[in-house]
Ligand binder design. Structure first.
Ligand SMILES: Cc1cc2nc3c(=O)[nH]c(=O)nc-3n(C[C@H](O)[C@H](O)[C@H](O)COP(=O)(O)OP(=O)(O)OC[C@H]3O[C@@H](n4cnc5c(N)ncnc54)[C@H](O)[C@@H]3O)c2cc1C
Length: 426
């Protein structure tokens, strides 16, 4: 109904899911219609065998985990809302979209259809990575699993151990240690103490032995022991972490995300950390600054899981793996700083790409959930996938309603969006 009104009056609109995307206008339409899905947050089992759940299109992962956690079950979610991708559980189950079994979608002409591997299979494939270009997803049926990993660990290392920590990440990405389901490394600027910090977190199905020191090579080539600064181990924290996400997304901050995908190579990851250290000076005095990089591996196992149910549209091929998705997170508290933050993010992404290219380790894939609004996400999916996404868009939305009237977030055909913006300005 709301969609029909927007269509008839050529009024621009946005669909609000979890609302965490920092892309301006992605989920809220200033002076347009915002379709808020927050009342569609129900979660219920979809079959008698408890193998699938049916989830409303506006649900948060906390809603899902609240249902599953007491049954010692879980789903491949992210820490936040339903459009996320990289999960604690990707090593064994792929990304979040790979667990989708069925999407219920409201198309541009207001018809409601279901897309599965067997019915409307082209749309089902396109929705697994194609973003908000096809319709409004009002319900998703997801595969769930039993006995999720229960241990979550966090370790903080000395700055001098950067290379050693990146080498650990590279090694674990190539051959995941037994019982570990996820590993990620974070390198960032800690504003309260005015210093850089490096940390590693893991999700594991059994308690794993964590080092109390790492070895690092001194300039003279000898090896020395370096103590781990902090170790935290949590049991079954996933539900409470998902519940805390709203706190982490606290109001009063401005954010930009950025993302680059590279080979899993410790020398390169270190080179990117050095670039980051060199580029941060122009923004270091900004009020409320939080800036950090999260290095997320995409293992070959995770990529193989992406082939399930006809595969997804992301264009991540296991023969090119393993890869590392390098996500940049930038938060600040004064609106006046926006211009220099934009410049910083643009420059950092450029320098990351340049550095990885020089080492012949840049992958064209851009992780949509964390991309900067100026990045070209869909070219990175590969020409064939992009053409297939556009064909599906043409089939399900021949008038390009979701391109023209819903300008926010990453568009398959940005030129169509621009045309409407000019028209409405005239
Ligand atoms: C603290 C934090 C932690 C995060 N952790 C992770 C993580 O672990 N893994 C990961 O992959 N990502 C992560 N992200 C990124 C986050 O998952 C993405 O930003 C995600 O795309 C946001 O989804 P949302 O529904 O909140 O966004 P929104 O801003 O509501 O939506 C993003 C776009 O999708 C559209 N959309 C949303 N729902 C629907 C729907 N049902 N139908 C049609 N269109 C829709 C919106 O219109 C909008 O254009 C994190 C983000 C934050 C802030």
């Amino acid at each position: 109904m709301v969609l029909a009104v927007a269509r008839r009056h050529e009024c621009h609109f946005a669909v609000l899911g979890g609302g965490t995307s920092p892309f301006k206008g992605a989920s809220v339409a200033d002076q347009g219609i915002t379709i808020d899905l927050q009342r569609m947050r129900d979660v219920e089992f979809a079959d008698g065998l408890d193998l699938r759940i049916s989830v409303g299109g506006g649900a948060r992962w906390a809603d899902v985990y609240q249902t599953l956690d007491p049954k010692n079950m879980s789903a491949v979610g992210t820490r936040n809302s339903l459009t996320g991708g990289i999960s604690f559980f990707s090593e064994h189950h792929g990304w979040a979209c790979d667990s989708a079994v069925e999407f219920e979608v409201v198309l541009a002409d207001s018809t409601v259809i279901k897309a599965t591997q067997y019915a409307n299979a082209d749309l089902f494939w396109a929705l697994k990575g194609g973003g908000n270009n096809f319709g409004i997803v009002t319900r998703i049926v997801l595969e769930v699993f039993r006995d999720p990993p229960r241990w979550y660990t966090f370790q903080l290392f000395n700055l001098g151990d950067l290379f050693t920590v990146f080498k650990r990440l590279e090694n674990h990405t190539n051959t995941m240690i037994p019982h570990v389901w996820q590993i990620a490394t974070t390198f960032g600027w800690h504003d309260p103490t005015q210093r850089f910090v490096i940390s590693e977190r893991m999700v594991a199905s059994e308690q794993i032995e964590l080092p109390d020191h790492v070895l690092r090579q001194a300039p003279d080539g000898t090896w020395e022991k370096s103590a781990v600064l902090q170790t935290n181990v949590y049991e079954r924290p996933i539900l409470s972490m998902a519940q805390k996400m709203d706190v982490m997304n606290a109001e009063g901050f401005y954010n930009f995300f950025g993302s680059v995908t590279v080979s899993s190579n410790a020398e390169l990851l270190l080179a990117l950390a050095r670039v980051f250290q060199n580029e941060i000076d122009p923004i270091r005095d900004a009020k409320g600054l939080q800036v950090y990089i999260v290095y997320n591996p995409i293992t070959v196992n995770a990529m193989n899981q992406m082939k399930k149910r006809g595969g997804n549209a992301l264009g991540l091929l296991s023969e090119n793996g393993p890869l590392t998705v390098v996500n940049i997170n930038l938060h600040w508290s004064h609106k006046a700083d926006e211009t220099r933050m934009r410049k910083f993010m643009r420059q950092l992404i450029h320098r990351f790409r340049e550095t990885a290219s020089e080492m012949d380790m840049l992958n064209p894939y851009v992780f949509q959930n964390h991309a900067f609004e100026e990045q070209d996400v869909f070219s990175g999916y590969g020409a064939k996938n992009l053409a297939q996404l556009k064909d599906t868009r043409q089939k399900v939305d021949p008038d390009a309603v979701f391109q023209r009237l819903q300008p926010g977030f990453f568009k398959l055909e940005p030129k169509l969006t621009t045309a409407v913006e000019i028209k409405s300005e005239l």
